[in-house]
Every structure is written in C-alpha cells, then in structure tokens.
Write a protein that binds this ligand. Structure first.
Ligand SMILES: [Zn+2]
Length: 426
C-alpha cells in the first residue's frame, strides 16, 4: 500500500471512531477553510492526479456535497457568506465604489452565535481579509493571524495543536483554521514542488505577461504547481487529525471542510480568481463528518457557502436567526432552489444564478447575459438561448437591498490598500 493511501485509511479509521459515544455531549466544531480550492482538482471529485488522499478519506467518512457554489469568486465576500449565512449582495462585505467594506458590526456570525451559546472560540487565519478591520472573524477567545502569504499550513496546524495542548480549552469549542497555501504564488515546499512538475518552467510560481498565459506549457506547469500546493496542504490535514486524535479531541467533533472560492487556468481567458463567475471560480468542496453524519454520503443537490451557518446551527439544535438566507442542507434540499453568486470586481461586475443544472450569468457592463446547461456543458463553453425566468432571478438578486450596514472604516481602507500592494486585489 502506498504511504498516501495508508495515511488516508488511517484518517478514515480515526474519524469513523470519532463518530461513536457522543450522547449527551455538546459537539465541538472544527471549521477548515482552504483558500482557493477548486473542487474539480480533488480526488473525491474525480480528478486524475492524486492531490487529496486525506480530503478524500474525510469525504468518505462523512457527507460530500458535490455541487457547492461559492457566493462570490474571491476571498472577502466568500468568507463573509460562510460566517453570516448570507449571499454577497445581502452582507455587503465586499469591494465596490472603490472601497472595501467590512461586515456590519451588529451582524451575528457563526462565531458570535456559538460563543453566546457557551462555545469557546478560536481562529487561526492566513489572510488580512480575515483580520480585525473586516469583522468576519470577530468573537474569538483566541485569534492568530499571519498575513505574509507564505506556504505555512504546517505552522498553522502546529499552532492550533499547540493551542489545544497548552490550554485548558473548555468544551464545547469552535475552532476555525484557514490555510492559504493553494493561493498564488504556487510555491510548495520540497518535495511537493516536484510532485507533479512539468518540464521546462523551473522556478515559475506566478503567471507571466498575459500573452504568455495562453501558452499550453505555462498553463500545464501552473496547474501542476497548484495541484502540488493542494497535496502539500492535504498532507498537513493528516497531521491535524492525528494530533487532535492523540489529545482525545477528535471524539465528539464535527469536522467541516470548505473553500472560499476556486481557481481558473485560462479556461475563460483569465487566471487566478476574482475575474468572473464561471464554475472554475465558484465550484468548491464542502464536507461534513462527525457524530450523527452517515459515512459515505454523497449529496449532488445544489448548495452554497451561505448554507453552512444554518446547517451547523440546526445540527447543534441552536435557533437560526430569521434573516439568514441559506438553509439546513442536512435536511431536505429543494431541487428547484436558486443559488446566487455575485462579484463587483476590477474587470467587471456580474451576478449569476444556478437552478438545477441551468446557470445564467449577467454582466452589468455591457448589459448582457449567458445561459449554460452544466449537465451537458460543465465547462460553460456552449451558450444557449437565454433562460429568461432564471435571468429575472439574477436581476432580482442583484437588486436585493443589502440587509447589513457594511463598515467603511479607515482601518479597512488601509488594509485594502496594503492587500492591493500584495496583489490580492486585481
Ligand atoms: Zn481566497
């Protein structure tokens, strides 16, 4: 048996064990957010490379949602949807009118709600958008942030395990761990840097000038390096699960894995993310495993990032605030539900809705739309006649009034400028 497969089986074994003996205990929550993780690059989604043995075993030990849609194609609004249960137009935590807007200080988040319910709360994050000025990670008893964009999944995992081992952590706990490594630059540590390497492009970790981006050799190299970053991150999750098990903390814990958005490799003429609302930027993984979750469950219905908050709260028996737009996806998921996404980006502002396999994208400037049937055309290459009913859903969504009062405080603007300088806003 290959080491990776052995490792995956071990993780599965440990997590299946953790599903037992949980009566009358309040369940702990560990939320794992992997930045820039395109679902289609994972083994459990059928990818051809062995990028994710640990994530695959995590999916096998619980429920895998195969059609989870990000509510936005970049970090700030996607993270806000995860923590608020709201779509991008509703939470307003995004970038528009030349300003970055933080979350409404009065808006409850998954963290603040669980804290009110008696959970001890901790978050370890690796990007400035999850820092204090934007408010998404407010309410943590313990908060650790690294903003240099380096490949540090190992350090982040070590820090969380140190936190668990060096403190008397009251249970139940809610811990958020955000791993940034698959985000550009694609620069995984050795030996992962040569795992899927393509010849002839040694040392290239950033996309070159736009003309060269269409070079198939460049695209293949960047894809291989991105895949290596996923495999490196996956390896560190194995250490997280093993460490928690050793400390007796994997028992009675619900593990959640999700991403803030995906990543593009020139399929629609752009690289990275935050450019458009095609599926490469929106299709993300969502996995839940723990007490009461049936192992080996696969759910193909459409779900969204904004479903996470109501799902966790209902799972724990905590009332869901009335303003929340997502639904409990461990219950019945309506087949005809409409999942919205949107983005006010540097290139263009647009919104999209997914209903069943039909998807409509609408572009603000110039006013135009595209309709695709993802069942026949997952790459969104063959435009169909406009689905006018679904287009109306998109336009209605775009016109929704923001139910939050987003902050535009000075700290958020300074942080936005700093992140622009680092290349996180393009
Ligand atoms: Zn991100």
């Amino acid at each position: 048996m290959k080491t990776s497969n052995l490792c995956a089986v071990l993780v599965l074994f440990l997590l299946v064990l953790s599903c037992a003996d949980t009566e009358d205990q309040e369940v702990n929550i560990v939320l794992i957010i992997i930045d820039t993780l395109n679902a289609d690059h994972l083994g459990c989604f059928g990818y051809y490379r062995d990028t994710s043995p640990v994530i695959d075993s995590l999916a096998a030990s619980g429920i895998l949602f195969t059609n989870c849609q990000a509510q936005a194609p970049w970090t700030l609004p996607g993270m806000a949807s995860i923590f608020t249960g709201l779509a991008e137009r509703s939470h307003g935590c995004s970038h528009y009118n030349g300003l970055s807007h933080g979350l409404d200080p009065e808006m409850p988040t998954l963290t603040t709600i669980l804290k009110e319910q008696g959970y001890s709360t901790a978050a370890l994050v690796n990007v400035g958008y999850l820092g204090e000025p934007f408010g998404i990670t407010k309410g943590n008893d313990y908060f650790w942030i690294n903003e240099d964009g380096s490949d540090n999944a190992d350090i982040t995992v070590d820090t969380l395990l140190d936190y668990f081992s060096s403190n008397e952590i009251p249970e139940p706990f809610f811990a958020t761990i955000h791993l940034f490594d698959p985000h550009l630059p694609y620069d995984p540590p050795s030996p992962f840097d040569t795992l899927f390497k393509h010849s002839g492009t040694n040392g290239v970790t950033e996309w070159p000038e736009i003309e060269l981006c269409f070079d198939p050799v460049i695209i293949e190299h960047m894809t291989a390096m991105y895949d290596s970053e996923i495999r490196w991150t996956d390896s560190q999750l194995s250490r997280l699960f093993a460490g928690m098990r050793e400390m007796g903390l994997a028992d009675n814990t619900l593990f959640i894995l999700i991403a803030d958005h995906g990543e593009e490799f020139m399929q629609h003429g752009d690289w990275g993310h935050a450019h458009n609302l095609y599926q490469q930027a929106l299709h993300i993984p969502l996995i839940l495993t723990g007490p009461g979750i049936e192992p080996g469950t696969v759910t193909p219905q459409n779900v969204g990032q904004y479903d996470l908050l109501p799902t966790v709260l209902e799972y724990l028996g905590i009332p869901v605030p009335g303003h929340v737009e997502g639904i409990n996806i461990l219950g019945e998921i309506p087949l005809d539900r409409v999942i919205p996404s949107s983005g006010v980006m540097a290139d263009t502002s647009s919104a999209a809705c997914l209903q069943g396999s039909m998807k409509v994208l609408w572009f603000v400037e110039p006013d135009s739309s595209e309709t695709f049937n993802l069942a026949d055309d997952p790459g969104e290459m063959n435009m169909l006649t406009t689905d006018s009913l679904l287009l109306n859903e998109v336009l209605s969504y775009w016109a929704w009034p923001c139910i939050c009062i987003p902050t535009t405080n000075e700290e958020a603007q300074i942080e936005m400028k700093r992140l622009e300088g680092l290349g996180y806003i393009r």
